[in-house]
Design a protein around this ligand. Structure first.
Ligand code: ZN
Length: 418
């Protein structure tokens, strides 16, 4: 078997610079989906894919796909992907690092004279980040048949309809459900992504194998007291909804800080106070909380315990509480075969003496959707300062190149195993 050539750091870096430079000039690094800039970024990517000899197409959900034929055309494709949209003011690496590593892997394979048995598809998934339509991972949802008519019909604040935007981006929204890929039609889905958290950078390590993607339980809680004059109502006679809710914020933190069999994180990220005036005792507080873990049973246990404590605490103050479940997404777990293959190839790549930790992904990815039809695997590279979704987002090219090498090696192994 031919030896696989090494990734070229300067080539990888030039690609990251070229694509990330396509940004709103006054709000770096921004490339929102369904905008002219997004189309410009994709035009660049399409040219790169063609120059590598890939067959370029867009599916019904407007995902941009570059395909390298395999020796055995009857086999389902191996897939490497990520996304080229960003959050507003978001970073230079989130998403595009994974797509560009996909291109580099195609170059490494071609330069080495290797012909894969399976076809290989490099995918830029449409609109992975949360959109103004209230839907995220739009393209990967569409690819696996999980983009409902309600989602397709949703409007953004400017009144644009998601299905029309998908059509404008080169998709055929009316064909999405009929043409979606079925279980088994993709051999494996692999993605390199920046960690977006502090674990690798603090440990001084270049690569991690992702064990799974956390599930999320989200709730909305409304605490109702009574709005009264902030000057004339004695402290003993108040029914302050905000001080009561404040206790609940701290309670979520303390429950999630306990130690469990897998990591658990809990956050209150939205708070609305009514009437929100300096001279009125708050009469009503509505807040949203979420709990994340890779273990679905832990999400249940933590949420149930928290919600029953919350009820007890509010009732003991004589206030009213209303709890609504907003959404619930199940965790994705990576199979042992994929974990072991990624682990051994990461270890071979980084060399003896450098640990390759296994960590869960606390953020959602296109892999959530792909896991509905295929085994998935992910590699993380370090985020400087653990920062992401901000202009300061940074990952050195060294670990990105190591990640490309490890992923390419794992791909060659899986080409034979699957
Ligand atoms: Zn991302």
């Amino acid at each position: 078997m031919q030896t696989l050539s090494k990734p070229d750091e300067s080539r990888l870096w030039a690609d990251i610079e070229a694509l990330s430079a396509i940004t709103l000039p006054d709000r770096p690094w921004t490339r929102r989906p369904f905008t002219p800039l997004y189309a410009q970024g994709r035009a660049w990517l399409k040219r790169e894919m063609k120059s590598l000899g890939l067959e370029v197409s867009q599916d019904a959900a407007s995902n941009l796909i570059g395909r390298l034929p395999g020796a055995n055309p009857s086999l389902p494709p191996l897939m490497i992907g990520s996304h080229t949209d960003t959050v507003t003011g978001g970073g230079r690496f989130d998403g595009i690092a994974g797509v560009i590593v996909g291109l580099e892997i195609v170059r490494m394979i071609s330069e080495s004279g290797i012909v894969l048995d399976h076809p290989l598809e490099i995918v830029d998934f449409t609109a992975e980040e949360p959109t103004d339509f209230g839907v995220s991972t739009v393209g990967s949802r569409g690819m696996v048949g999980n983009l409902s008519d309600t989602m397709l019909g949703s409007k953004d604040p400017e009144g644009r309809i998601l299905s029309e935007c998908i059509a404008g981006a080169g998709g055929s929204p009316e064909r999405i459900n009929d043409s979606s890929r079925r279980s088994g039609s993709v051999a494996v889905y692999l993605e390199l992504h920046i960690e977006q958290g502090p674990v690798l950078i603090q440990a001084g390590l270049p690569l991690a194998v992702v064990t799974g993607i956390v599930g999320i339980g989200r709730y909305q809680i409304t605490v109702t007291g009574q709005p009264d004059h902030a000057g004339t109502t004695p402290m003993t006679m108040r029914r302050d909804a905000l001080t009561a809710a404040g206790e609940l914020f701290v309670k979520l933190e303390s429950i999630c800080r306990e130690s469990y069999s897998a990591p658990v994180v809990g956050t209150v990220g939205v708070v609305n106070v009514s009437p929100n005036a300096a001279n009125v005792v708050p009469g009503e507080v509505t807040f949203r909380l979420e709990v994340r873990s890779v273990d679905p049973a832990l999400i249940d246990t933590v949420c149930e315990r928290y919600l029953s404590e919350a009820r007890r605490m509010i009732e003991s103050r004589g206030l009213a509480i209303r709890i609504e479940e907003l959404t619930r997404s199940e965790p994705v777990n990576v199979s042992d075969l994929i974990l072991d293959t990624l682990q051994s190839n990461c270890e071979r790549t980084v060399g003896k003496g450098t640990e390759v930790p296994r960590i869960p992904s606390g953020a959602g990815h296109d892999g959530n959707q792909l896991s509905r039809i295929a085994p998935i695997g992910m590699i993380f590279v370090p985020s400087l300062g653990g920062r992401s979704h901000c202009p300061e987002e940074w990952t050195d090219i060294g670990p990105i190149a190591l990640g490309a090498e490890a992923l390419a090696r794992a791909l060659l192994e899986l080409d034979k195993k699957l």
